[in-house]
Design a protein. Structure first.
Length: 273
């Protein structure tokens, strides 16, 4: 059984807790929403699910309902004592840790390795770093379904020609395919946020979009960041000192192009050249 808004309010009051603005805490308080997220995440008997930011356990319980094996990571030491008795009886393992600092790859390896799905309700300030860190450092995570602020989600999933397309879009595309999977109304959160939220589905590619033997991620990252740092400039200017002038012809990229005109494969050719 998942939590309603009244349940969330009662738990916070009973334990003398308030949602932390510093941690960006907005708890999902709608059973239909969390079950929809669990379904979109592909949680099912036999799947392994890593949940980041379990909070008070609304989504955690919906994931556990599917029969999936759930490991829930929560950084707030004040919430963990409330979370544990709520979800451990249904088989969820709770790990008190900061997902941006803990070694997630080692954590999953210690629990049998294999393929994992990551599911998370992420505040604005950690959404992009956590997604990228997972893609770079935690190859055991094959799929991610993250709930994020709309603007962040659009950047994660954007392609060439989309207004939100930028450096983050290219860096995600190196490892994975990303798409918007739906909207989440502000009314299902406690407290109610002032921003719109979306679900983003990210599926890791079998191999990076650019051969890492030719272009390691670190090289692509450096070139892409430089290119988008001055996105209104032509690439020959924004990449001066980063890419040699003759590299444009070798890569088949116009030196007068702008950063938002290149897809991940073109960025890879330019970084390799």
């Amino acid at each position: 059984m998942t939590h309603s808004g009244a349940d969330i309010a009662h738990m916070l009051s009973a334990h003398g807790l308030r949602p932390s603005r510093a941690l960006g805490q907005n708890f999902v308080a709608d059973p239909n929403t969390v079950r929809r997220i669990a379904r979109l995440a592909g949680a099912a008997p036999g799947t392994r699910v890593l949940e980041i930011g379990a909070g008070l356990g609304s989504l955690t319980l919906a994931l556990a309902e599917t029969g999936a094996r759930v490991v829930a990571v929560e950084a707030d030491r004040h919430l963990v004592p409330v979370l544990r008795p709520m979800v451990e009886p249904v088989g969820v393992e709770v790990v008190e840790a900061d997902a941006l600092n803990v070694d997630l790859a080692a954590l999953l390896e210690a629990r049998g390795g294999g393929r994992w799905r990551l599911v998370a309700n992420l505040p604005y300030n950690i959404a992009t770093p956590l997604v990228l860190r997972t893609l770079v450092q935690v190859p055991a995570v094959s799929d991610l379904l993250v709930m994020v602020q709309r603007e962040v989600g659009e950047r994660l999933a954007a392609g060439v020609g989309d207004p939100a397309y930028g450096a983050v879009s290219v860096r995600v595309a190196y490892f994975a395919r990303a798409e918007l999977a739906g909207r989440v109304p502000a009314s299902v959160f406690v407290p109610r946020p002032r921003v719109e939220s979306v679900l983003v589905r990210i599926t890791r590619r079998d191999a990076p979009a650019v051969d890492p033997a030719l272009v390691p991620y670190e090289r692509l990252d450096a070139v892409v960041r430089a290119g988008f740092a001055h996105r209104r400039k032509m690439l020959r200017r924004s990449l001066a000192g980063v890419v040699e002038p003759e590299a444009f012809a070798a890569a088949g990229v116009r030196p007068d192009a702008r950063a938002e005109e290149l897809d991940v494969v073109a960025w890879g050719r330019l970084a390799a050249a």
